[in-house]
Design a binder for this molecule. Structure first.
Ligand code: CA
Length: 433
């Protein structure tokens, strides 16, 4: 529920946090893991304006104390994620107090600040398992139209949030370059595959949830409690080799086409920070009601979240010419057909156990109109209609040297604008077999 940490009038003594359009004002307070300049160790920090607050240093100075703060002195967020919403909310209230303009916190916390530009960031948690869902019906329909024009949406889509188990070992933090994968590729009409670098490399614009407290093997998380198991959200780019995918995906789903790299943004925005942007979740008239384990009265009021999403492309030539990155598309997470609580309830309903730090991605977030496609496969209709960039370059799929940036933010009346930062990755040439 909303509380005084969401007050849009709050200002911080960290002046960069008060700038218009800043992703990390005092109403946000996202968590990440960083290494200070010239240090070899890793610490948990909170982004505030253009700075990061070193929580271990703050605890060391006696500013904060207690069990939750001890968990925040570790080098990953897993132990803190396991604590649950009551502890997270208490920590958020204390951080908000300490960073407020005019409070006593400035004198004690100012020595614990450093510039984000000066630190290294890494994955904020040890990710034991990673699942990728398929929650945008607009993405599912448009991709389905390319594969099966006569029946784009498979019969199970409106009944369950489809997902596959991804590969946790190749989840990388924003800024990590991504090498073009090689694999088996069967060109159209060919009876035998060839082998080589993917010619149809794509990005996917997604959000992902980090799991908070886990559930015991054999137990299911009821949908009414599902969000208590979600620590927060980040951006996720599910890099995809469409040609490798097309040959390998039947009958067991994607494998090598997805597992070569998955990029995530370094800062985790808590569900509590997103509270002012909760919005109704609904089903189009005539669509089936979800089965009882996927349905809950509060979804109609606040099941969805109004998060604006965008993708920008900066090609090597655009950079050499000194031109800005080009906005390829925008969409909104509130358009997802399946919401966060349904993802958690569904993944655990068989008795599958989730663990703190597990990652549940939403799948490509595309909006209702064609321009709102969250990947090139949709925007270029399978490569048939290239995107023409302002310098005359064309893109059907990604080329070596291309840099893809995902962004997300929330804004609206009566609440402070908050952002997710960015998730960036550049494509390197294939390393070869
Ligand atoms: Ca995906």
């Amino acid at each position: 529920m909303r509380n005084d940490t969401h007050d849009p009038g709050l200002q911080s003594w960290v002046s960069s946090a008060n700038a218009a359009g800043c992703d990390f004002p005092i109403q946000n307070l996202p968590f990440g893991v960083f290494s200070p300049p010239a240090a070899a160790d890793w610490r948990i920090g909170v982004a505030i304006g253009s700075a990061v607050l070193d929580l271990r240093a703050a605890v060391g100075r006696g500013v904060f104390s207690g069990l939750a703060w001890q968990a925040l002195c570790e080098d990953s967020l897993n132990a803190y994620m396991a604590l649950g919403p009551a502890q997270w909310s208490q920590v958020r209230a204390e951080l908000s107090q300490g960073l407020r303009a005019g409070g006593a916190g400035q004198r004690h916390l100012e020595p614990c600040l450093m510039a984000q530009a000066a630190v290294r960031l890494r994955l904020p948690a040890r990710i034991g398992d990673y699942s990728d869902f398929f929650t945008s019906i607009h993405h599912a329909t448009r991709v389905g139209q390319l594969l099966r024009p006569e029946s784009p949406l498979l019969p199970n889509y409106k009944w369950l949030p489809i997902a596959y188990h991804g590969r946790a070992s190749s989840v990388v933090v924003s800024g990590t370059p991504v090498a073009r994968p090689c694999g088996q590729i069967a060109s159209r009409g060919a009876t035998e595959p060839g082998f080589g670098p993917s010619q149809r490399l794509d990005y996917e614009l997604e959000l992902a949830a980090y799991v908070g407290p886990g559930n015991a093997l054999g137990s299911a998380v009821p949908i009414a409690q599902a969000e208590q198991h979600v620590f927060g959200l980040c951006l996720l780019n599910d890099w995809s080799a469409r040609d490798i995918q097309a040959w390998e995906y039947q009958p067991l789903g994607p494998f090598l086409a997805k597992s070569f790299a998955t990029s995530v943004s370094p800062w985790i925005v808590s569900l509590e920070a997103l509270e002012p942007y909760r919005c109704p979740w609904s089903r189009p008239t005539g669509d089936p009601r979800p089965l009882p384990y996927l349905d809950e009265p509060s979804l109609a009021e606040r099941g969805a979240i109004d998060i604006r999403l965008g993708v920008w492309l900066h090609t090597r030539r655009l950079r050499e010419e000194g031109r800005a990155a080009v906005l390829l598309s925008q969409s909104n997470y509130r358009d997802a057909y399946w919401c966060l609580a349904q993802m958690v309830a569904h993944q655990t309903v068989s008795g599958c156990n989730l663990c703190p730090g597990d990652l549940l991605a939403t799948g490509t977030q595309s909006g209702p109109s064609r321009e709102e496609g969250g990947c090139l496969l949709e925007l270029t209709q399978g490569g048939k209609h290239p995107i023409v960039l302002p310098n005359g370059e064309e893109r059907r799929f990604l080329e070596d040297g291309d840099q893809v940036t995902l962004g997300a933010w929330c804004e609206g009346p009566g609440a402070a604008r908050i952002g997710f930062g960015s998730c960036v990755g550049s494509v390197l040439a294939a390393r070869g077999p």
